[in-house]
Design a protein around this ligand. Sequence first.
Ligand SMILES: CC(C)(COP(=O)(O)OP(=O)(O)OC[C@H]1O[C@@H](n2cnc3c(N)ncnc32)[C@H](O)[C@@H]1OP(=O)(O)O)[C@@H](O)C(=O)NCCC(=O)NCCS
Length: 346
Amino acid sequence: MSASEPEITYRTALLSDYDGVMALGSIYGGRDYLWSLYKQLITDPDKYGIVAVVDDTIVGFYMTSTFDGGRTVLKRSGRVSEQFRGRGIFHRLEAELDKHTLQHRPRAMYDTFANTEREEHLGGKFLEMGFKEVYRKGMFHMIFKFSNLPPLGLNGGDNKQMKNATELTRDDVKLIFRTEDVSRQLFPSQRLLNCYMCYRLVDDNIPYMFCERGGAVCTLQDFQYSSSSSSSQKLDNDSVRHIAMVTFYYCYPTPTGFLYYLDAYAVKGVSRDHFHAHLKKNLEILQHYFPKQDGVVTVAYDGNVPMEHVASCLEDAGMTEHMKDQERVQILYERDRAACGFPVEK
Ligand SMILES: CC(C)(COP(=O)(O)OP(=O)(O)OC[C@H]1O[C@@H](n2cnc3c(N)ncnc32)[C@H](O)[C@@H]1OP(=O)(O)O)[C@@H](O)C(=O)NCCC(=O)NCCS
């Protein structure tokens, strides 16, 4: 360190660091979740945050989240104050998180993080670090204006054709995960990537998906419910085999309006009606949480969900304006810790 270089220290992020971390500035083009979720994340024992500090001012933040019952550690939310970039702070934050994982997550088998096409040029570097791309999906970030919603909602011209999209329960998702031939078709990479967070198909992850302002919706094909109250129908061993599409949602407020994430998965060859019905249901849910408000709807779609269906249904719902300069692809990288020489507790 030269005499003019300030000393940079690293320590665990605290609840009281909220203002300091927010002062680093919003990332993700104003869609930053830390603004509303920092306190919840930082007090969750499955998460761990680290800050870089210069003269009592926070100049960097990065955190891990643990999934898959302790088997996977995801890094996210990294940021360094513009003024201090290019001095290796991000690398030190990474190293501090790795140290924490070694000491406190001894069962972790996988390290993972999600990026976008913007960082695709770093793929070679990630490969050298032992990471492989394991999943990718397309996304749209749409400006949602309540006043642009069609007056009759998204019912389409012919209600009889409308698929019935119903909310799933935690038990329903457990059943989907356990019904292997179904989950293989719906989630061919055997992972979910929802809001940049990755989940293997294990029950331990279900509470992360069914949380405050989070849940899932499904549509079936070639199936008639026997009862009339299909909106509250639970899946059973028969109906689960008819699932055509599942969407997971999660939403939160940001300083510039709400952000509603919708992650869609489907079996191969689904018709457009399915995404249409999902979008309709999700817009109802959105209205429940953020009535009459404006915001952003981010739709991330798996390879089995045709992009044209997503684009045209969004248009039907009055969402034609893309957020400026937004990424179009989410890419999940993962490395096997044991294969990279890290000790892993059985
Ligand atoms: C990305 C960012 C955190 C880098 O901070 P920094 O302190 O300047 O980073 P460092 O000086 O340690 O070095 C930059 C390194 O980060 C790497 N990097 C940049 N973006 C990255 C990303 N999204 N994921 C992983 N590594 C990344 C670069 O390849 C470089 O590595 P190298 O020195 O081995 O080539 C900073 O530019 C930033 O805050 N950007 C806005 C937020 C953001 O994009 N975060 C993405 C990470 S979640």
